[in-house]
Ligand binder design. Structure first.
Ligand code: NAD
Length: 501
């Protein structure tokens, strides 16, 4: 047991993780209870004082050392992710690479983004020197999902640590080993601040206890239903809350798009990670002129892909056993409602695997178009024009990511500007996820707040505004000693100034 793991009594209950592919047991982890979590949060608060007081260059150095440790142990981390999620180890390795890019960016940019900066004063405040600084919050609680068990929570963990906070992390009960390894690597790389990142393992009750443990902010990634419950608990103590939830991302394909590139990206965006990607492709709106050709190209590529447990499988099993039923319901429901299955169908579901499914003509009110499917299923509907495509794309209760395929980046950007999504890729899918400087997050049922980028660093800080009076102003107004004539003169000046324009 590392110092990061709270002292869980040996009598504490444990839970067993299992391979989603075979059902074989992988490891046992403690169900961390409310008392241990409260202790972890309290310890984080103590350790944060020294971490937050470090010169920024030292903090950066420590975080880059941690990054180096993760890179050095990339194979072990990728293997752990692969075992726990079932995704091919090559995909897991890419997840680690993406995470390293983000951690490097957060470490290198935190000081520039958060340091004290001066702001201009106004006519009546020329005697003040004004500045603001972003200060750490203290202890940030992070609750993570299982689909990208490293990359997704690190969007909060890495940025919160870089901003000077301590973190208590509750990984999904399906992927606790990845979280435990992450904290162990931190302790080994940064022994002087061991325990600053604590991983607590357990099911929903552990997440609930973390939410109630007195953290200064709770960063949640998961489904909108759980987000609502966690947010309600945060509301009791006015604990700030950040929600990264699901998506129902749309891709718009225009008549002049490169259909080969669009089909390639749609297939990858919809099927990689068995479709278990919050910003994965679930809906495609293709203008009528190219709809048939696009469908053919997507089907041709998708029909060559097979899920499986082998290292070279296109994708793995459904990680969450219960999700198989959701996928089956969406596909069967769409077909019964009149959709055409161009590839696969309800018979593609053979737990724990789901072979690729391509649907068309799916009624817009079918669950396959309105709810997050989170499986290797894509619906490609024909639309009259770009206006209809934009309207349908925006008619979702989710608003996370989106993509546009068209000739020329400029017209793509113009379509992107009409989409409600929090992030849009033109002529690629998920392009934004690999650019650490770009904030990520959504609205509506996709949540609120942003991780990544400058906004993602500021999300884990509280801004403090400061004024320092440089001299006694000729028009001092904040005193009972101010003569009425002075006040009237100030009002006259302001009135004439603001009337001008
Ligand atoms: P989930 O909502 O079931 O669980 C998420 C986490 O919350 C888990 O760690 C779980 O143990 C915990 N939890 C459950 N009940 C809780 C409670 N009452 N109090 C505190 N914690 C509780 O989600 P999941 O199935 O793990 O993840 C899949 C979902 O996550 C999908 O909807 C997916 O789209 C979304 N997701 C979003 C992003 C994003 O960045 N927007 C990224 C990845 C996944």
């Amino acid at each position: 047991m590392t110092e990061t793991t709270p002292a869980v009594p040996s009598s504490a209950p444990v839970f067993t993780t299992r391979s989603p592919a075979t059902g074989e047991p992988l490891a046992e982890h403690p169900v961390t209870g409310a008392e241990e979590i409260a202790a972890a949060t309290a310890r984080g608060r103590t350790l944060q004082t020294a971490w937050g007081a470090l010169p920024p260059a030292r903090r950066k150095e420590h975080l880059l050392r941690w990054k180096k440790a993760v890179a050095t142990d990339l194979d072990t981390v990728a293997r752990t992710i692969s075992e726990e999620t079932g995704k091919p180890v090559g995909d897991a390795a890419l997840e680690v690479v993406l995470t390293l890019e983000h951690l490097a960016w957060a470490a290198r940019n935190a000081h520039r983004v958060l340091r004290r900066r001066k702001v201009r004063t106004g006519l009546f405040t020329v005697h003040q020197r004004a500045s603001l600084v972003h200060r750490p919050l203290g202890v940030v609680g992070v609750i993570g999902p299982w689909n990208y068990p490293l990359y997704t929570p690190m969007g909060s963990i890495g940025y919160a640590l870089a901003a000077g906070n301590a973190v208590v992390f509750k990984p999904s009960e399906l992927t606790p080993g990845t979280g435990v390894l992450l904290a162990e690597l931190f302790d080994a790389a940064v022994p002087a601040h061991a325990g600053l990142l604590t991983t607590v393992t357990g099911p929903a009750s552990t997440g609930d206890a973390l939410t109630r443990s007195g953290v200064d902010k709770l960063a949640f990634t998961g489904s909108p239903g759980t987000a609502r419950k966690v947010m309600a608990v945060c509301a009791e103590t006015l604990t700030p809350f950040l929600a990264e939830c699901g998506g129902k991302d749309a891709v718009i394909v225009t008549a002049d798009a490169d259909l080969s590139a669009a089909a390639d990206a749609i297939v990858w965006g919809a099927l990689s990670n068995a479709g278990q990607t919050c910003a994965g492709v679930e809906r495609v709106y293709a203008v009528r002129e190219i709809h048939t050709e696009l469908c053919e190209r997507v089907v041709e590529r998708a029909s060559a892909l097979r899920p499986g447990a082998a290292a070279d499988s296109a994708y793995g099993p459904m990680t969450l056993a219960g999700q198989v039923g959701v996928v089956e319901r969406h596909v069967s429901g769409a077909v019964s409602a009149g959709a055409r299955a161009l590839l696969g169908g309800p018979e593609s579901v053979s737990a724990p695997y789901v072979a690729p499914v391509v649907l068309t003509g799916v009624p817009e009110d079918a669950a396959a178009m309105t709810e997050e499917t989170f499986g290797p299923v894509v619906a490609i509907n024909a639309v009259a024009d770009v206006d209809e495509a934009v309207e349908r794309a925006n008619a979702s209760r989710y608003a996370l990511g989106a993509a546009v395929f068209c000739r020329g980046g400029r017209s793509g950007a113009a379509i992107a500007a009409r989409l409600r999504a929090g992030a849009v890729s033109v002529n690629s899918v998920l392009g934004f996820a690999a650019v650490p400087a770009l904030p990520f997050g959504g609205s509506r049922d996709s949540g609120f707040g942003r991780i990544h980028g400058e906004e993602g660093l500021r999300a884990f800080t509280a801004v403090q505004s400061t004024t320092v009076q440089r001299f006694t102003p000729p028009l001092a107004l904040t005193s009972f000693e101010v003569p009425a004539a002075t006040r009237e003169r100030a009002v006259r000046m302001a009135r004439s100034l603001h009337r001008r324009r």
